[in-house]
Design a protein around this ligand. Structure first.
Ligand code: XLS
Ligand code: CA
Ligand code: CA
Length: 435
């Protein structure tokens, strides 16, 4: 069998002093950190869509990236060869997982039946590769946004025929995700939203979305798929307003439709920032409500302001992210590199360097988060900041034992509260000590 990345061997851990771009400086898969291996804390996945289907096109120009293994056809042979390339890449990089959309891995046919047949052929091929390499599927998902039929949405489309088509596609993608042993199944609703309220019956669309997600729960149970169902929030792009705006919105939506026990959140860093939050904000809020299931690891660009899906090389950001993950004891699903090399990064070597850098960046974040937790100063300071709720009127308030009259009595008797500094700069200096 031919080798697609000759000259690049298995990527090894060489430690922080190494200058080798084809080695890990921090990601040491078997190293124990906070009671678990790095492999288990991080559960890294490579995404198929960017890394093996991305060509570097943007709204101003076509693809710049030409991979030597592509023959330019939509054939099953080309799709299989691409899958061979992917598994060589996974084995060399050492990521334990991968992720895909139904339409990334197999060509769409002229009919739904033909598309399903194409998908089956490629899934059988992937299954063989998974068995021979031990690389596992983190999650599968459905592309309900590229084909023109979904221009007005999938589950929230105003045309019932399109909703039925979307359901058929999700049904099949759930079946193949189960077939490949996926640990999760993600719903990202890029066109589940609207471009103009003038032509939109918002309540009807939201009710349809709730119904559709309930049908996915029912089908999951029917086929015995034991993976986690996830929703990936994003505020906009491609539609002007997307219903899964951010983690808080999604959690409110899930509660409205009685689905909060069935779905977890897949937080993507760049989507959180597009919603006007930080990455760690969306992680923290979903984690504190017990719904942080998985992460799409990437970063946007503050100056560009659109979904640039870059590899996250910012250690501050990965430290704060991994602190949330460690505080909740790990991720039920994992960390998927939903990131792409730049349009100008056209060498195959860039694919490796980008992922090695991203993995090291999160590994370093993990090590820093562990230091923060071991040291305990941050947690101590926060506990002290809220300590007035540990006893007296604060504890009565928390336990529901103090009503407005009791709180008023306390305020009248105690007078003006003493000023308490937020000490933000002190916390920022403390954080820098671990990074
Ligand atoms: C697009 C999303 C998408 C999902 C999977 O912005 O990130 O790639 O992760 O459909
Ligand atoms: Ca994503
Ligand atoms: Ca994205």
């Amino acid at each position: 069998m031919s080798e697609f990345f000759p000259g690049i061997g298995k990527i090894k851990y060489e430690g922080p002093d190494s200058k080798n771009f084809f080695a890990f400086k921090y990601y040491d898969a078997d190293k124990i950190v906070g009671g678990k291996t790095m492999r288990d804390w991080l559960k890294f996945a490579v995404c198929y869509w960017h890394t093996f289907r991305g060509v570097g096109s943007d709204p101003f120009g076509p693809g710049t990236i030409k991979r030597p293994w592509e023959d330019g056809t939509q054939s099953i042979d080309n799709a299989k060869r691409r899958m061979d390339v992917a598994f060589e890449f996974f084995q060399k990089l050492g990521n334990p997982y991968w992720c895909f959309h139904d339409r990334d891995i197999a060509p769409e046919g002229a009919t739904l039946a033909e598309s399903n047949k194409n998908l089956d052929a490629i899934v059988a091929h992937a299954k063989q590769w998974q068995a021979s390499t031990g690389v596992k599927l983190l999650w599968g998902t459905t592309n309900l946004f590229s084909n023109p039929r979904f221009m007005n949405g999938g589950a929230t489309n105003p045309d019932a025929a399109v909703v039925a088509y979307a359901a058929a596609q999700v049904k099949k993608a759930m079946e193949v995700t189960k077939e490949l042993g996926g640990e999760g199944y993600v719903f990202w609703g890029g066109r589940e939203g609207y471009m103009s309220l003038l032509n939109t019956d918002m309540k009807r669309e939201l009710d349809h979305f709730g119904r559709f997600l309930q049908l996915a729960v029912d089908y999951k149970k029917e086929i015995g798929f034991t993976g986690t169902l996830l929703i990936e929030p994003k505020p906009k792009e491609p539609t002007k307003h997307q219903y899964d705006f951010d983690s808080a919105t999604v959690m409110g939506f899930l509660r409205t439709y009685g689905l909060e026990k069935e779905y977890q959140i897949n937080v993507e860093a760049n989507h959180a920032t597009l919603a006007g939050h930080t990455f760690e904000h969306d992680l923290e809020i979903s984690s504190r409500y017990g719904q942080l299931g998985s992460i799409d690891a990437n970063v946007g660009d503050a100056q560009l302001g659109w979904d640039t899906d870059q590899f996250n090389m910012d250690i501050h950001s990965t430290t704060l992210a991994m602190l949330v993950v460690m505080n909740q004891g790990g991720l039920p699903v994992g960390i998927n590199f939903d990131a792409k090399v730049r349009r100008e990064s056209t060498d195959v070597e860039d694919m490796f360097i980008a992922h090695i850098g991203g993995m090291d960046s999160f590994a370093r974040g993990l090590l820093n988060a562990d230091k923060i937790r071991q040291d305990g100063t941050k947690a101590e300071w926060i506990a002290k900041r809220y300590s007035s709720f540990d006893s007296g009127i604060g504890a009565d308030f928390e336990k529901g034992k103090a009503d407005f009259k009791a709180l008023e009595k306390f305020a009248l008797e105690s007078g003006e509260p003493k000023q308490m500094s937020g000490q933000q700069e002190k916390y920022e200096v403390l954080l820098n000590q671990y990074i």
